[in-house]
Design a protein around this ligand. Structure first.
Ligand SMILES: Cc1ncc(COP(=O)(O)O)c(C=O)c1O
Length: 424
């Protein structure tokens, strides 16, 4: 079946992911993948977390961001490459990815001597593009989004006889991701639940199958960002259906439509899917750094975000595994996340106050702040837009506070002293 874009651009289909013939993987595919990839990927730790104390759940963190390229994607990519026939290994593979799958494929392709081409959309982070090039891959930067990049990759795959490997829907990819579930089952006994971030659905399909086969009593919960809730949409429609994607901190989950094979495999095994707000993802990133010294990307923090947001109250007192599945976060994005997390926590506050423009006016404001232990981060004053008398000045302050209670104390001392106080 071929479809046409509106501008007559032909849409190329992936022969391994046919909408009306979805494929399911088996538990045996996962155990076989585990055996094959064992020499090539890390068995990552899954240990009890300090977060147990603040969440009321007995939390275990599966630290798969510790893979060499920073994500679990190595499991599937490595398996898919090993599973190729000798001819296909020689001809090489191609895929489209924004980052983690591309990194994993390029890295393992180099190690296994298999030529890799990746098509990365122009919005892919420069750091990831150059890293893929460092692994010796042929990197094509083209397409404004993933759909365009994928279509081009499929076109090239046909022209150059390269095997196209979808990063979440190829059965060998799903089987590889399932090895994470086998490890969790081995590392944590009597597990009650696992929370799995969902993008295209390959991770949840593999892990759910592995865990539910070994322990049918485990509750499998998917989590996605409100900005790309494609699994929830698929559940509503009974089949994968496209969603509009908005920019999200969990860029690894920004897939416009879950895979047909992934949805078909995961649907009977997944007990619940929750959708988290961006601000909770930022807070979860912050908590993981502060309490666990783990630097994870938004997708990897989504499970904790759902717990912190109070969306999974039924897990209180239960033994829960969280998948910290990726750590590839841009340093600038990390900085912004930390600031957003601190703001949502009431530890970074911005306010505007109108004070006297006479000598000592701003000094007095500073004295008030210091008297209650508030530390000023930025301070700026403006005269031209002040609507009150000409002897007043608007002072905009960004300051560090301890918590919400401290913010209330700050507001009290400010409103006791000044008429115009505006907290943002
Ligand atoms: C860090 C991270 N977590 C989770 C996912 C979701 O995996 P899947 O697309 O198989 O659902 C991705 C996908 O790229 C990812 O990079």
């Amino acid at each position: 079946m071929k479809m046409e874009f509106e501008d007559n651009e032909e849409i190329h289909e992936d022969p391994m992911c046919i909408p009306d013939k979805p494929q399911k993987i088996t538990f045996c595919d996962i155990t076989s993948a585990a055996f094959k990839i064992k020499p090539h990927v890390e068995k990552t730790p899954c240990i009890r977390s300090h977060l147990s104390e603040i969440t009321g759940c007995d939390i275990y963190l599966k630290k798969d961001y510790l893979q060499y390229t920073g994500s679990f994607k190595e499991r599937g990519a490595c398996n898919a490459l090993i599973m190729l026939s000798a001819d296909k290994k020689q001809a090489g593979v191609i895929s489209a990815s924004l980052g983690n799958h591309a990194l994993a494929l390029c890295y393992h392709g180099k190690k296994l001597g298999i030529p890799v081409t990746v098509v990365m959309p122009t919005v892919a982070p420069i750091m990831k593009i150059s890293k893929c090039r460092q692994y010796g891959a042929n990197v094509v930067v083209s397409g404004g989004n993933m759909s365009e990049a994928k279509n081009l990759a499929l076109k090239i795959s046909k022209e150059k006889n390269l095997t196209y490997i979808n990063g979440y829907d190829h059965p060998h990819i799903m089987a590889g991701q399932g090895t994470l579930g086998l490890e969790i089952a081995e590392q944590v006994s009597d597990l009650d639940a696992v929370i799995i971030p969902v993008g295209g659905g390959g991770l949840i399909a593999g892990v759910a199958l592995a865990l539910k086969t070994l322990n049918p009593g485990v509750t499998v919960i998917g989590v996605e960002s409100e900005r790309c809730a494609s699994y929830t949409k698929a559940l509503e429609h009974g089949k994968p259906s496209p969603v509009e994607i908005e920019a999200t901190l969990a860029d690894g989950l920004a897939v416009p439509m879950v895979g047909y094979n992934a949805f078909h495999t995961a649907k009977p095994l997944v007990d619940k899917v929750v959708v988290v707000k961006e601000e909770w993802i930022a807070i979860a990133i912050l908590r993981l750094i502060e309490l666990e010294k783990c630097v994870v990307e938004g997708a990897g923090a989504a499970g904790l975000a759902a717990i912190l947001a109070g969306q999974l109250e039924e897990l209180k007192g239960k033994k829960v595994a969280l998948l910290l599945c990726g750590g590839n976060i841009d340093t600038t994005i990390l900085g912004r996340c930390l600031e957003r997390g601190l703001t949502a926590d009431g530890r970074l506050v911005r306010f505007i106050v109108t004070v006297s423009d006479r000598p000592g006016g701003i000094a007095e404001l500073c004295r008030i702040l210091s008297s209650i232990g508030v530390s000023i981060k930025d301070i700026m004053h403006e005269r031209a837009w002040v609507k009150t008398d000409v002897f007043s000045v608007d002072v905009k302050v960004v300051c560090e506070t301890r918590d919400e209670e401290h913010v209330q104390e700050l507001m009290k001392v400010l409103t006791d002293k000044y008429k115009n106080v505006d907290l943002h």
